[in-house]
Design a protein around this ligand. Structure first.
Ligand code: ADP
Ligand code: MG
Length: 705
């Protein structure tokens, strides 16, 4: 049994949070900092030295030797460069521990090695990290020692965003301003801020580390590039919510404790649909904290796995044929005084403010479906979105029965008079309590589903940052709010104007609502009739970032400049081509050095057996050996041809200098060539002696953790 943990005691222990700041900062400094954090006012640089000093003392008392500006470049993960606190030795050779306000506020990593999509030539290497005081500093304890991590934004010399956080913070300012205008229209004079609340549910796979290390594809690409299905997959559905095995339980236990120490509210954990797949969800928080915390969650899941002889796979599709992993992004809008703008209340038909917000969200999603789709595209997610898996690449909104009924009433008659009720759930068992039913069932197939008082965007990939999806949601909804507020603030008769506007929004954007089965082929046809975009791959999604519509949107709200958007397009094409290039080269390596030699060994064993049996007993039936030999040799030849084809097509694609063209070549030529190599290899895995197969099988990986 593991030792008893007092969660309340360890929670936030390694965070320079409000309690610590109140204790350690002079009152006036604390007040100023809190104003910046809570009200979004500009940071007063004169307080930086005092804060830095307090932060350093606090960190050193807890054993910290280094600090780092922790940032989120466009690589999808986080970056850090550690500096120790020591000063240059004095004349007696002694050092003191130093950390200035300047060092807290600004860092200057050499930016030339981070993706910038042409925003900066390599000779213009300057990049800055700037302290984001809205996300608290924390101490990371691991083999490196104790490190003070300071969340920062990362910009170029000219102030262009080179990271995920800068546009996110900009988009939060945009939605704050526009959402407040909506609240004011309804007579609210007290709320001071509106922030997006985000709760991401993180899915992941766990495999045995020793087996993982035997597979080059898992090591280099994070997913299997070969592998035949085991006799059992996920068809029995016995893993979902199943009892958690001891080894995994011990792992989850440590993950939770590490996260709690860092102030991450790890809340739910369970087994997911696929064997070896699990989920972890924190309690929702402000979007920028949720983004940072999700990065910490991913880091922690990976790090702690190693300590248990396990490896955590965050890839969207580590195994073909079983479910992949995603990250459901739950999103709502909350005011500083606790109003959730997405709360319909018990009688949504009477809740005019909610109906206006709903109408604006429908308009935003309908107008910018392409951007939302793009925000969820990453290389791994191509195996899920638009492929044969959840959710489909078509953006639609699920609102549920109750709201759909209200929308119909409004669109058909111009007035909504009632809201459907949930009623009681009766189980037919006298001893069980009757439960209150929600007014709406769930729909697991919708990419953007209303779930009571929030929307759940289900497309984000498991390994991806949730920042881009939230940048899109914040900005597109800010735009719809702005357009509504511009008109309503001028209206002579507000009640009449808002009523007309709601009706107009709901009816004009009704096509985006779909409550049926999003996985069915009928929906694909229906969506096409409705004119909804169906963007099937990452390379096809990328151009939506720089349409006139997108540039206008982002420039209006100061979230991205055109140059920043163009740079992101470049970064994404490059990321795609590089990732597929690594996958292709890994396949070439495994096929050429591992699979083909193993198969040749097997064919010579068959041939040996054939001739030996014949020599010993000329009348013996050797048809099995002969047939296997023929079949194996044919597949071997097919593999060799496919290998040669993949080699040459990869070499050709690598030479293309234009990023867009290059990415398309990888998508349209290399990916199919990879599939052509995999097919005979997977068939061979089913034939060849298991002892000879050069790496662990799917069965070994997902059923024997
Ligand atoms: P599910 O049943 O959908 O799997 P989970 O409990 O796994 O639900 O995750 C739901 C996530 O949504 C959690 O992170 C939760 O904190 C978050 N959440 C709940 N309410 C809100 C809200 N109003 N806004 C944003 N996120 C929310
Ligand atoms: Mg969940």
């Amino acid at each position: 049994m593991s030792e008893v943990v007092n969660v309340a005691e360890i929670f936030g222990k390694n965070v320079f949070n409000e309690t610590v700041m109140r204790e350690r900062l002079p009152k006036s400094v604390f007040k100023k900092l809190k104003r910046t954090i809570e009200d979004g006012t500009e940071l007063d640089p004169s307080i930086a030295d005092v804060v830095a000093h307090a932060m350093k003392d606090w960190a050193i008392e807890r054993g910290a030797t280094h600090y780092t500006h922790w940032f989120q470049p466009l690589t999808g993960t986080t970056a850090e460069k550690h500096d120790s606190f020591i000063s240059a030795p004095d004349s007696e050779g002694k050092v003191i521990m130093e950390f200035s306000g300047k060092e807290l506020i600004k860092g200057e990593p050499d930016a030339s090695s981070f993706p910038s999509g042409g925003l900066r030539a390599t000779f213009e290497a300057r990049g800055y990290t700037a302290w984001d005081c809205t996300s608290p500093a924390f101490l990371r304890e691991d083999a490196v020692g104790v490190t003070l991590c300071i969340p920062t934004a990362f910009c170029s010399y000219k102030g262009e965003a080179l990271d995920q956080k800068t546009p996110l913070l900009r988009s939060m300012q945009a939605i704050d301003k526009q959402a407040l205008r909506i609240l004011r229209l309804f007579g609210n004079t007290t709320s001071k801020r509106v922030v997006p609340s985000v709760g991401p549910e993180q899915e992941y796979f766990i495999v045995d580390r020793a087996k993982y290390l035997q597979r080059k594809d898992l090591i280099y690409a994070g997913r299997t590039l070969f592998g035949a299905m085991p006799p059992k997959g996920q068809e029995l559905e016995d893993h979902y919510f199943g009892a958690i095995r001891e080894r995994i339980g011990a792992y989850m236990n440590e993950v939770n404790q590490e996260l709690w120490k860092l102030g991450v509210t790890a809340k739910t954990q369970h087994n997911e649909v696929a064997p070896a797949q699990h989920e972890l969800a924190p309690i929702y928080d402000q979007a920028n904290l949720a983004v940072d915390h999700n990065q910490i969650v991913m880091e922690t899941l990976k790090k702690v796995a190693g300590r248990h002889g396990l490896t955590c796979l965050l890839h969207e599709k580590p195994f073909a044929g079983v479910n992949g992993s995603g990250k459901h992004n739950n999103w709502s809008l909350t005011s500083n005084d606790g109003i959730n703008l997405l709360n319909p209340g018990d009688t949504p038909h009477e809740n005019i403010q909610f109906l206006l917000v709903l109408g604006c969200i429908m308009k935003a999603i309908d107008t910018h479906a392409d951007l939302l789709r793009e925000s969820a595209s990453d290389v791994g997610n191509d195996h899920r979105l638009g492929a044969n898996e959840a959710p489909p690449a078509i953006i639609s909104i699920f609102v549920g029965e109750q709201l759909e009924d209200v929308i119909h009433q409004l669109c058909d008659t111009g007035a909504a008079t009632h809201s459907k009720k949930g009623g009681k759930l009766s189980t037919g068992v006298a001893t069980l309590p009757d439960l209150d039913k929600d007014a709406t069932d769930r729909n697991r197939t919708s990419p953007f589903a209303f779930t009571g008082n929030k929307f759940e965007f289900r497309m984000v990939g498991s390994s991806d940052s949730i920042a881009p999806a939230n940048v899109v949601l914040n900005t597109i909804v800010a735009e719809a709010f702005k357009e509504a507020a511009d008109e309503l603030e001028q209206a002579e008769d507000f009640d009449m104007a808002v009523h007309d506007m709601i009706k107009k929004l709901l009816s004009e954007h009704q096509r985006i609502i779909f409550n049926g089965n999003g996985y069915s082929s009928e929906w694909v046809e229906e969506a096409e009739k409705r004119g909804l975009p169906n963007i099937r791959s990452m390379v096809d999604a990328i151009p939506s970032l720089v349409t006139d519509k997108a540039v206008k949107l982002y420039e209006t709200f100061g979230v991205f400049t055109k140059a920043e958007l163009e740079s992101r397009v470049e970064v994404e094409y490059e990321a795609y081509a590089k990732a597929i290039n690594i996958e292709a080269r890994t396949m070439i390596d495994m096929a050429g050095k591992q699979i083909i030699p193993a198969v040749i060994k097997y064919t010579s064993i068959l041939a040996d057996s054939l001739s030996k049996v014949k020599a010993a007993c000329p009348d013996a039936d050797v048809s099995v050996q002969a047939e296997l030999l023929t079949e194996t040799s044919a597949l071997l030849a097919e593999m060799k041809t496919a290998l040669a084809a993949l080699q040459s097509i990869t070499e050709e694609s690598l030479k293309i200098s234009d990023a867009c063209e290059c990415a398309h070549a990888y998508h349209e030529k290399v990916v199919p060539a990879m599939a052509a190599l995999r097919a005979p290899a997977d068939k061979l895995e089913m034939i060849v002696d298991k002892e000879l197969w050069p790496f662990p099988s799917y069965g070994d990986l997902i059923f024997e953790v």
